[in-house]
Design a protein around this ligand. Structure first.
Ligand SMILES: *Cc1c(COP(=O)(O)O)cnc(C)c1O
Length: 368
């Protein structure tokens, strides 16, 4: 791999395949795997990821919004795509592009039935979401009878799956709560099947659910973060390989005398001689201001270089006083080691946030 000469996000397809196979090894043959590719496949590249995985045994993809599903269809993705949080204004487009909605309350349900009828659909696949404790989206168990009545009045839709989402599957201190969620989903499923008279697919687990609650895998599991290389603990992380490496380059090196300041607002004031390197990546690229002023660091020639002063829109300055480096040298923001989870911890946040924040202006480089 030649050294980079600009800021790039490298996407390692071999690591992707490894994570996919590892997750497969944690579920049985009878459990389907849905891969979540929302938010540009967690900040990587949804088209590339979906296209690559389409050749393996992926059963479903999921996105959050309709326009994300449209982009996948435009890129030639033919597998079923579940849209987790569509808005009624987009239902017509959703149907035209064969995307499958998650419906979570009577407003979304009624307007979808209307749209599907208007579009002359028969048995259009829908997914019904139930709330079991996250209190974000979902019907309650007591809504099942009304759902059934409405289903009886229409032939335009068919329930392909019912599902729920765990609130704290990564946190074993909350095991009892999660077991309660699993129990309440079982109860909802039984009641639904008994009322409606057929069995849709049942699914509940995200990545941490897959790893921690094998008894709750049911008919399908939904993995996002694991696919991109992160588990739910340092121990689990060892089994995964981060697929994305964020690299940059040193644009300029400055020598700073005692008493000089660095960056906007003169936020850093030097009390001794030092050297700083200016790197072409800033808060407009996803490195938020919370990483500034000595919190976050990048790696240059194997050594940590901490951010000096405020993060600018397009740049950061880092302390390289004790690092043997020069203009043009490669910089690693995160990758395999330190990974995005370590980087995120420096600003008190999580891998999910930093990887999905990497802006679209950074070039994606696919490593085959
Ligand atoms: C984002 C999302 C997932 C994926 O969760 P991970 O923790 O990234 O595996 C699964 N299910 C739903 C409903 C989601 O919104």
């Amino acid at each position: 791999m030649p050294k980079t000469q600009e800021t790039v996000l490298e996407i390692d397809l071999k690591a992707l395949q490894h994570n996919f196979e590892y997750l497969k090894s944690r579920i049985t043959k009878n459990t389907k795997l849905l891969v979540v590719v929302k938010a540009y496949a967690y900040g990587s590249d949804a088209q590339e990821i979906a296209n690559y995985l389409q050749n393996f045994e992926v059963d479903y993809f999921a996105v959050a919004y309709t326009n994300e599903g449209v982009a996948l269809r435009d890129a030639g993705i033919t597998k079923p795509i579940l849209v987790l949080h569509p808005q009624p204004i987009n239902y017509k487009t959703l149907i035209e592009r064969c995307l499958e909605p998650s419906l979570y309350n009577f407003k979304s349900f009624n307007s979808f039935l209307e749209a599907a009828t208007l579009e002359n659909q028969k048995n259009y696949p829908i997914h019904i979401k139930f709330n079991t404790g996250l209190n974000r989206l979902g019907f309650n168990e007591t809504d099942i009878l009304t759902i059934h009545e409405k289903l009886l009045q229409s032939t335009s839709v068919k329930v392909t799956s019912i599902f729920s989402h765990l609130a704290a599957s990564e946190d074993l201190n909350e095991k009892e709560f999660t077991l309660n969620q699993i129990q309440s989903f079982h109860s909802i499923s039984e009641k639904f099947i008994e009322t409606v008279g057929y069995k849709p697919m049942l699914h509940l687990c995200n990545t941490s659910g897959i790893l921690n609650f094998p008894e709750a895998h049911l008919d399908m599991v939904r993995s996002g973060i694991g696919i991109y290389g992160f588990g739910n603990s340092e121990k689990e992380n060892k089994h995964f390989r981060p697929i994305a490496t964020l690299k940059s380059v040193i644009s300029q090196i400055h020598t700073i005398e005692k008493g000089e300041t660095v960056g906007y607002n003169r936020a850093f004031k030097s009390d001794k001689f030092m050297r700083t390197a200016t790197i072409p990546i800033g808060h407009a690229d996803g490195i938020g201001r919370q990483y500034g002023n000595g919190k976050g660091f990048v790696t240059i020639n194997g050594k940590p270089a901490y951010i000096v002063g405020n993060v600018c829109m397009d740049m950061i300055m880092v302390n390289v006083t004790d690092i043997d480096c020069q203009e043009g040298d490669e910089v690693i923001v995160f990758g395999k080691q330190p990974n995005a989870s370590h980087f995120a911890q420096s600003a008190n946040t999580i891998s999910y946030e930093i990887i999905t924040a990497i802006s679209q202006r950074i070039k994606r480089l696919i490593i085959k």
